[in-house]
Design a binder for this molecule. Structure first.
Ligand code: HEC
Ligand code: HEC
Length: 288
């Protein structure tokens, strides 16, 4: 039983960032001068005001601009979203002289909604929806996709610890994990945490309330949420096991501490105790 538990915990071992889309899209060519009369552009659905052409050019490559126009928030919100897409979704770097007017346009025309008495109804502030049943197809798909990922990570971590000790295993986690965290076609998988070692494992917007719920009730087996594009997002807690403390605990051996701060200067993933919520596995799967 103990052994089974340990193995179960190990599967959460090392893994890199969510896999990025394979072909990196490239930034668009500069567009022709645009109409800026405040009218609604019938093709893009954007309000034609200064900056809209920048949004049309930079933000329509990977998803519908509806995703943009349905979203609301201040400057910080939009910058946070852009940084998240750059870190995890292959969004290209945007030059400051382009990003500045682009973000200003979004914050002005798609700013926080003023509804008078009530604060904006942000999906992130809503309680998480009840999860789909364990035998629902998307749940099965997510768990089937994560199974081999966990197996591969477990094998890599255990193997590296045995062969090279903790310092060598850190290097294995860093260099080999990305290849091990690929889902099957049409499925994305990865790990997130509220206290990160690798900044690429940052929480995506759709994961925020679900993750907050795991923090509140870490015994929750899994949570799900419908996503745009007829997809389902799945999140499953990762608890801290005894052996994880070697690299995530409070008292680290000096060589381990040194190796970690060399590889991850902004490491926040230490100071965990056995049983703590360490993070979560996630998957995005087709809804049907
Ligand atoms: C040998 C050291 C080592 C051990 C032991 C270890 N980890 Fe990690 N862990 C790492 C490294 C290094 C990373 C960063 C990998 C990367 O660059 O993506 C990491 C990242 C993670 C992440 C991703 C979130 C983040 O902070 O980037 C989670 C979750 C995680 N570990 C959980 C665990 C759990 C649970 C255990 C115990 C079963 C464990 N780890 C054991 C070294 C270790
Ligand atoms: C390289 C691809 C790519 C480009 C270009 C891109 N995004 Fe995204 N964006 C994504 C992906 C992937 C998602 C997640 C989609 C989903 O979950 O349905 C996303 C999600 C979003 C969301 C929804 C976030 C949420 O709360 O769920 C917004 C809003 C958004 N993008 C705005 C923008 C803006 C503004 C730009 C232009 C600066 C942009 N995107 C350019 C890849 C991209």
């Amino acid at each position: 039983m103990r052994r089974a538990l340990l193995l179960l915990a190990l599967i959460a071992g090392c893994q890199d960032a969510p896999p990025a889309p394979t072909a990196a899209p490239s930034p668009p060519a500069p567009a022709a001068p645009a109409v800026e009369d405040g009218s609604l552009d019938p093709d893009t659905g954007l309000i034609r005001a200064p900056g809209w052409a920048l949004v049309a050019a930079n933000c329509s490559g990977c998803h519908s601009l509806k995703l943009v126009t349905q979203n609301r928030g201040d400057r910080d919100h939009w910058i946070h979203l852009i940084r998240w897409m750059q870190a995890t979704q292959n969004l290209w770097p945007i030059a400051p002289e382009v990003e500045e007017p682009l973000v200003a346009y979004l914050a002005t025309h798609y700013g926080p909604k003023e509804t008078g008495r009530r604060p904006p109804l942000d999906v992130r502030a809503l309680p998480p929806p009840p999860p789909l049943a364990p035998d629902a197809a998307p749940v099965q798909r997510a768990q089937a996709a994560l199974g081999p990922v966990k197996q591969g990570l477990k094998a890599a971590l255990v193997g590296a610890l045995q062969a090279h000790g903790p310092v060598g295993a850190i290097d294995t986690c860093r260099t080999q994990a990305p290849a091990l965290s690929k889902g099957p076609d049409g499925v994305q998988v990865g790990r997130v945490s509220h206290r990160l070692r690798n900044p690429q494992n940052a929480l995506a917007p759709w994961q925020e309330t679900l993750y907050a719920e795991l923090q509140r009730a870490p015994g929750t087996p899994y949570l799900t949420r419908q996503l745009p594009g007829d997809r389902v997002g799945y999140l499953e807690p990762i608890r801290t096991a005894g052996m994880c403390l070697t690299c995530h605990g409070e008292q680290l051996a000096d060589p381990v501490r040194a190796a970690l701060s060399a590889a991850y200067p902004a490491d926040r993933a230490t100071g965990f105790h056995e049983g703590d919520l360490r993070g979560a596995f996630w998957a995005i799967v087709p809804a049907r």
